[in-house]
Write a protein that binds this ligand. Structure first.
Ligand code: ZN
Length: 510
């Protein structure tokens, strides 16, 4: 059985789960379900990143210890993903003992290999970013992200000889064109690597920061937060899968937003090289959600919380919007108006109407009992089944490229075709002619095959709805996999329709 290992970033516990986190996590969940649907064994990891200045400061401002603070926010992430139905296999916290021990073990390995040295470092330190800036990188003497004046700090620290791995990293990226994808991010990383790569400062003195993992070779220092957080992808597998680590790790597919490209495309692979571990299989990078009202922020009051969206629109409708609206890799606009339009047009009208019309006719004309197909299929029957076969082929191609929106477009194109097939074959007219009953039965049978195919193809994207479709068809998961025309045994009875997606009236729009 082929394997795949899918990861979300470890979410930093300085903020509660919002739209950005939710998108990455929904994509990870969709990929996992998709790989399972094509018979892969899939393992999905998510979790929380809990060390560093920002957490220590937020905890202090909150009057709690860093650990208490991290416990609370970490629980919030976990319970949010549970309530959203995210099928993660393991949830890691960087404060977990096994993780801390693993980080220390890797640091020791890299130090033993002579890849870490002690040196003096001076730079402009932004506490918000938790990183040093060179004078050149500052804008009018201020942090470009925080618009604050950083402190100039000069101190002794430990450094990882990252510069040594520059050529090898360039070779790896050039030899495997989809190691980092989509292409624009690969290009960005290669452009960055045209400049000399510096060594990476990997420690913080405990005089300044205590909330971190102590260096195994110097108790006066803790590990730089990225050197700690990135290792989670391996430490979690080592902890959970033991011997399976060797097989599964090289199948890793990381999912990240573009703001953390550099740590994942540069620090992480060079760390892996120094630790003697293989690189990940793919680094998959997506863009930002842009709000109508500008950048999402607490102060603007436009933070999108996943559980609010679930309560108001349903999780599947929200998932569908996220996957359909954003071209993976590019930025996309988020607005409630666009969300409501998608729900009404694609889900309520197109999908919902098709399913309810087919089941209503099946109920009305044949009391729900599936009739036999014609011995010879009509041209439009063949076209309908061919259209769904084509959608599945296209979907597989697009999923391999993480083009979720195009995969869904292909399915919806088949859905449109099914709605046209109803108009073409007009079972509601034929039924009035007593000699055409068998044809009506056959037409509805083909339409039920269309619904059955939808239940299978849509399961990774909108899993609750797919389950509902199977329940309406009274079919088990295994029965979804048989070829077109073989899904329903003689005498099989399907359910009466239920509303899958209620239309959202315009007064619910803002
Ligand atoms: Zn900053």
């Amino acid at each position: 059985m082929e394997q795949v290992y899918i990861t979300t970033p470890l979410y930093y516990v300085n903020a509660e789960p919002h739209l950005g986190h939710t998108y990455t996590t929904v994509v990870a969940d969709t990929l996992k379900r998709y790989f399972q649907s094509i018979d892969y064994e899939a393992f999905l990891l998510t979790g929380t990143d809990e060390h560093g200045d920002k957490i220590a400061q937020a905890a202090a401002a909150n009057g709690s210890s860093p650990k208490e603070y991290a416990d609370r926010i970490s629980d919030l992430f976990r319970s949010t993903w549970d309530e959203c139905g995210i099928a993660y296999d393991y949830f890691i916290r960087t404060t977990d003992t096994y993780h801390q021990e693993y980080v220390q073990k890797i640091l020791q390995t890299i130090d033993d290999a002579g890849e870490i040295y002690f040196g003096e470092y001076g730079g402009f330190y932004c506490y918000g970013c938790e990183r040093f800036y060179t004078e050149k990188e500052l804008v009018d003497g201020k942090c470009p992200d925080h618009q604050t004046t950083p402190d100039y700090i000069s101190e002794k620290n430990y450094f990882f000889r990252m510069s040594k791995y520059q050529e090898r990293l360039i070779d790896e990226i050039q030899n495997k064109p989809n190691l980092i994808r989509p292409e624009r991010y690969r290009t960005e990383v290669l452009a960055f690597l045209r400049e000399p790569l510096e060594d990476l400062c990997i420690s913080r003195p405990t005089s300044r920061l205590k909330w971190g993992i102590p260096l195994p070779f110097d108790a006066n220092y803790v590990t730089y937060v990225w050197f700690d957080a990135l290792l989670n992808y391996v430490s979690a597998l080592n902890h959970r899968r033991g011997a399976a680590l060797q097989d599964l790790w090289p199948k890793a597919q990381h999912l990240i937003a573009k703001d953390i490209l550099k740590p994942h495309a540069i620090y992480w692979p060079t760390m892996l090289m120094a630790a003697g571990l293989p690189l990940y299989d793919h680094l998959n990078v997506h863009g930002y959600w842009v709000m109508d009202s500008g950048k999402m922020s607490k102060s603007l009051g436009n933070v999108i919380r996943p559980l609010d969206m679930k309560a108001r629109f349903g999780m599947d409708a929200f998932r569908y919007f996220l996957l359909r609206e954003m071209a993976f890799g590019q930025d996309a606009k988020f607005s409630e108006e666009a969300l409501v339009t998608r729900i009404n047009a694609d889900l309520a009208n197109n999908l919902g109407n098709l399913v309810s019309r087919v089941l209503a006719m099946q109920q009305k004309y044949f009391a729900g009992v599936v009739q036999s197909l014609d011995s010879e299929w009509a041209r439009e029957d063949l076209e309908l089944s061919a259209k769904f076969a084509q959608a599945e082929t296209e979907l597989n191609g697009f999923m391999a490229e993480l083009q979720f929106h195009r995969a869904l477009e292909s399915v919806w194109s088949a859905l449109d075709h099914a709605n046209r097939y109803i108009v073409q074959t007009a079972p509601f007219t034929l039924i009035k002619d007593p000699t055409k009953q068998a044809r009506v039965g056959a037409v509805l049978h083909h339409l039920l095959e269309a619904v059955r195919t939808l239940a299978r193809l849509l399961a990774p994207f909108i899993p609750d709805t797919a389950r509902e479709l199977s329940a309406l068809l009274a079919l088990s998961d295994d029965a979804l996999k048989t070829p077109w025309g073989q899904g329903f045994a003689a005498g099989h009875t399907v359910q009466a329709p239920r509303v899958l997606f209620p239309r959202i009236e315009s007064d619910a729009k803002k």
